[in-house]
Design a protein around this ligand. Structure first.
Ligand SMILES: [Zn+2]
Ligand SMILES: [Zn+2]
Length: 123
């Protein structure tokens, strides 16, 4: 396999293995063991390519830099750890927000981010 392709696949596998959204720096740290000499510019370039290929999607968080996760997952939300800055998946959604929508408004979508300490930081 060509070196560039090998790097891209190693970065892709890092996201699959992590099973949570990653920022470029975290991706670099996790992928480095598979790709000796990997640099941050290469990570950025490959994340961009994987987003263009729709294999990854950007996770936008209020007041924080974008993370990236494997595209095509079911509806879910995220938990942002205030101690380690890690972002984790929240698999379930309570879903019914009609009850808190103002009278006469038509609800179309919602964004939810939970904040606190992840299991490792809380433990
Ligand atoms: Zn944490
Ligand atoms: Zn939801």
């Amino acid at each position: 396999m060509e070196r560039r392709t090998r790097q891209r696949e190693a970065i892709w596998q890092t996201f699959e293995r992590a099973a949570r959204p990653l920022g470029p720096q975290e991706t670099l740290e996790l992928a480095r063991s598979d790709v000796p000499g990997l640099g941050i510019a290469t990570v950025y370039r490959n994340i961009k390519a994987l987003v263009a290929e729709e294999r990854l999607r950007a996770v936008e968080l209020p007041g924080a830099p974008d993370r990236y996760e494997v595209a095509g997952k079911d509806h879910h939300h995220h938990f942002h750890c205030r101690a380690c800055d890690g972002v984790f998946e929240v698999e379930t959604c309570q879903g019914d927000f009609d009850a808190i929508t103002p009278n006469g408004f038509s609800l179309e979508d919602h964004e939810i981010t939970l904040y606190g300490l992840c299991a490792r930081c809380a433990g």
